[in-house]
Write a new protein. Structure first.
Length: 299
């Protein structure tokens, strides 16, 4: 049975931006990826983002990306949306990755704003449109100016929303005012890409989360969004406040680094990082343990 979706929630409500497990030698660990994907879906994820930033996509090959999508689809594709990161700062390469993801069985694409090049808004429009035209898959835009160097302006978002396959946006802009206007103007399904703002974005029209902390607290994120949908704002706020130490601790340094460290503490697949990312120190590990424990994570 295929994972369920609606026009309002095309990829579900709770998705974890999954790390890419590696073997101790630094090679792709497909068995570990399948076990981690199964764990995350059993914990309550509607979907998984693979080959995103948290999946160390800058350091995985095109072949590894396709193999990872195929493995995760095999493991959980009948129970969850498998959304493949396909965005780069080269439109032709992004199109190639999008087509490879579709061939590997992905249910959707995550396409980040082209980074480093700092294209103008017309360049962004043409880039996203070209990638969306390249496959039959629904597309989630990824607006993260802190990494890409340029935002997707609301006027550009409105134009992009007219494309039949551009159905959602992952918002890591950190601007609730601009998000409010864009949600109202575009009708796109709006997913929080900043865990600290998960609840605030729901309050202004968001539908769910693409989460890093979902590696360790998916059940709580599920409870939070369901409480909000059910009108129990007090319960949603209580959960949000309980998770504050986790939101803080998982981003004391780069999120991939802490995610893999946290998975290691929980005995789940993750493995080492690829340079230029490096593991956390013993002192940082102890701080992460304190943060997770304070947020209710059982280590």
């Amino acid at each position: 049975m295929a994972p369920t979706s609606t026009p309002q929630t095309p990829f579900g409500r709770v998705l974890t931006a999954m790390v890419t497990p590696f073997t101790p030698e630094g090679e792709l660990d497909l068995d570990g990826a399948q076990r981690l994907a199964d764990h995350l879906v059993n914990a309550g994820n509607d979907g998984l983002i693979v080959n995103g930033t948290t999946g160390e996509s800058p350091t995985t090959t095109d072949r590894e990306k396709a193999d990872l999508v195929r493995a995760v689809v095999e493991a959980v594709g009948d129970r969850a949306h498998v959304v493949a990161g396909a965005g780069t700062n080269d439109t032709r390469h992004s199109i190639h990755l999008a087509r490879a993801a579709q061939e590997a069985g992905a249910n959707g694409l995550l396409v980040v704003t082209p980074y480093y090049s700092k294209p103008p808004q017309e360049g962004l429009y043409q880039h996203f449109t070209a990638v969306a035209d390249a496959t039959d898959l629904p597309v989630m835009l990824y607006d993260i100016p802190g990494r890409s160097g340029v935002p997707i302006n609301t006027d550009t978002m409105i134009r992009l929303a007219e494309h039949p396959r551009i159905v959602a946006n992952k918002d890591a802009k950190g601007d609730l005012g601009r998000a409010s206007w864009a949600i109202a103007a575009t009708g796109l399904a709006w997913y929080s890409g900043d865990d600290m703002l998960n609840l605030p974005l729901l309050a202004v029209g968001g539908v769910g989360f693409v989460s890093v902390v979902g590696h360790v607290v998916t059940p709580e994120l599920r409870a939070l969004v369901e409480a909000h949908i059910g009108g129990d704002v007090a319960k949603a706020t209580e959960i949000h406040q309980k998770l504050l130490p986790v939101f803080t601790g998982m981003f004391r340094t780069q999120g991939v680094i802490t995610s893999k460290a946290a998975l290691g503490l929980l005995g789940l697949p993750g493995g080492p990082l690829r340079l230029p990312l490096v593991g956390i120190t013993e002192e940082e590990t102890e701080q992460l343990k304190r943060d997770l424990t304070a947020g209710g994570v059982q280590l």
